[in-house]
Design a protein around this ligand. Structure first.
Ligand code: GLP
Length: 226
């Protein structure tokens, strides 16, 4: 599997928005697992522009939360739910959402949806997906877990203050069962881990390596691949 390479983060956003737009046009009831993190933000902004222009309609789609820190309130500025709401749910006009509160609640909600149609994912600097920290085998379930030092550090950068040591994540089993997966990767700091994910062995040490088992589209910028 070779990624589609775009010149820079802006071109990446255009290509990713094209892919997601085509999916929701083909299936207006698309159920979408939605990553936060920095990488997909220009893509979501581009989708919001297209919604504003009347080019695409997400009002019948469902947005599903990928991950969250433990022990924070909704009004905490670090809430990943709020980041997803501000960047994706509200600007794209979605009315249906599934939050990630507990493994049992989440599993039942995904079953009610009939599974996920599309998982939009970023790539953790240590190869994690959502908060499926290494090691995560492909059958790792939706669960709470302790963040690794690498993730505590990369996530601290989002907010300038420490993040909680615990998190809940959609399981590898949920992510890998999505009918389509879209991995977005930007920046030279992701180059090593992207090559490990696509060219190295499939291993729990690089959870993203299991995405090769799925109907996977990877869109990266030149800095992240060449
Ligand atoms: C974070 C999040 C992931 C995100 C990834 C990459 O820790 N838990 O959902 O996709 O790491 O983030 P970024 O796009 O900011 O590099």
């Amino acid at each position: 599997m070779t990624p589609t390479i775009q010149a820079d983060a802006e071109q990446l956003a255009q290509a990713a928005a094209d892919f997601i737009t085509a999916q929701v046009r083909a299936n207006p009831h698309l159920s979408i697992l939605v990553a936060t993190g920095n990488t997909p933000m220009p893509t979501y902004a581009e989708l919001a522009r297209r919604v504003e222009a009347g080019d695409v309609d997400f009002s019948r789609a469902t947005a599903v939360q990928l991950d969250e820190y433990l022990g924070i309130e909704d009004d905490d500025p670090r809430s990943l739910w709020n980041w997803m709401r501000r960047s994706f749910v509200e600007p794209l006009g979605l009315t249906r959402t599934v939050r990630l509160h507990s493994p049992g609640q989440f599993g039942a909600a995904i079953r009610d949806l009939g599974g996920l149609d599309l998982a939009i994912l970023g790539l953790g600097p240590n190869g994690h997906l959502g908060f499926n920290e290494p090691p995560s085998p492909p059958d790792a379930p939706t669960r709470t877990l302790a963040l690794t030092p690498a993730s505590l550090e990369s996530n601290r950068a989002y907010w300038g203050v420490a993040v909680p040591a615990g998190a809940i994540t959609a399981g590898m089993d949920v992510i890998l069962a999505a009918r389509q997966t879209l991995l977005l990767v930007s920046g030279a700091h992701k180059r090593g881990v992207l090559h490990a994910a696509l060219r190295g062995p499939e291993t729990p040490e690089v959870p993203a390596s299991f995405l090769r088992r799925t109907a996977l589209t990877v869109i990266a910028d030149e800095a992240a691949w060449t």
